[in-house]
Design a protein around this ligand. Structure first.
Ligand code: ADP
Ligand code: ADP
Length: 227
């Protein structure tokens, strides 16, 4: 079984300004345990793909499974198997990291006794900020808090959508180190990026998506050999 598997996934956005085909038949398999890169220019369809898997956008056609759970037939189970770190650094400014994680755990129905709030904050280096207001946190701290938030229900698959947009080099390095560590401990990681170097540095398998279509999907070394 794969961590993520899609078949002929399609998304058409319909709006006042007409229709936009964002995904035009995407078939992809992300192996369990892999560090998978979804690489493509702005507008390629990366966020749409991720948002469908996370249950945030409704697909127009095709099939998708997360950790063997079909998003149509078992939407709750599929959603529980994935954690998404969004692109935007939006956080409720008057919540503390501890409160944000507690609320998130509540939303996922994680029983109080099974919550690992402080352990997770420690893991992302925010234990000493547990009681600080989110608005006082730096960009890098917010990014790490969003990673923590995506982990509260302990999903086997963690997706990071353009995680280093607007993050300085130092924090990028520490974020990468942390995510690598998660992958080494068994979490399947999917990273979307429009930077080849980022995919190259981190991922063991890379898919290239453009205009809503997969144009390549290979092991990193095979792919780089051809570019
Ligand atoms: P990305 O950085 O992933 O390319 P975009 O800048 O394309 O994101 O989009 C940011 C947000 O705006 C997305 O959440 C998307 O849903 C929405 N959006 C993008 N393009 C359009 C559009 N043409 N019409 C309406 N909403 C859009
Ligand atoms: P990426 O994440 O690769 O930048 P997106 O999935 O955000 O790509 O966008 C794919 C295409 O769909 C783009 O042309 C974008 O403008 C369009 N799009 C995204 N969200 C919306 C939306 N909510 N309404 C209309 N068009 C959208």
């Amino acid at each position: 079984d794969n961590a993520i598997e899609t078949r002929d996934l399609r998304k058409v956005y319909r709006g006042r300004r007409g229709t936009k085909v964002a995904l035009d038949g995407v078939s992809l398999a992300v192996p369990r345990g892999s560090f998978f890169g979804l690489l493509g220019p702005n507008g390629a369809g990366k966020s749409t793909f991720i948002n469908i898997l996370a249950g945030l956008v409704i697909k127009s056609g095709g099939q998708a499974c997360v950790w063997g759970r079909d998003i149509d037939r078992a939407p709750r189970e599929a959603k529980a198997a994935i954690g998404v770190v969004p692109q935007e650094l939006n956080l409720d400014p008057f919540f503390t990291p501890r409160e944000l994680l507690e609320v998130q755990a509540g939303m996922y129905g994680v029983p109080k006794a099974e919550r690992r709030t402080m352990e997770i904050l420690e893991a992302v280096g925010l234990a000493d900020k547990a009681e600080a207001y989110a608005r006082t946190l730096s960009g890098g701290m917010r990014r790490r808090l969003l990673v923590a938030k995506a982990m509260v229900h302990n999903p086997p698959v963690l997706v990071l959508d353009e995680p280093t947009a607007g993050v300085d080099i130092e924090l990028r390095q520490s974020l990468w180190a942390y995510v690598k560590q998660l992958n080494a401990a068994g979490t399947t990681i999917v990273l979307t990026t429009h930077y080849l170097e980022e995919a190259e540095e981190l991922c063991d398998r890379i898919a290239i998506i453009n205009h809503g279509r997969v144009v390549a999907c290979e092991d990193k070394r095979t792919l780089l050999g051809r570019l």
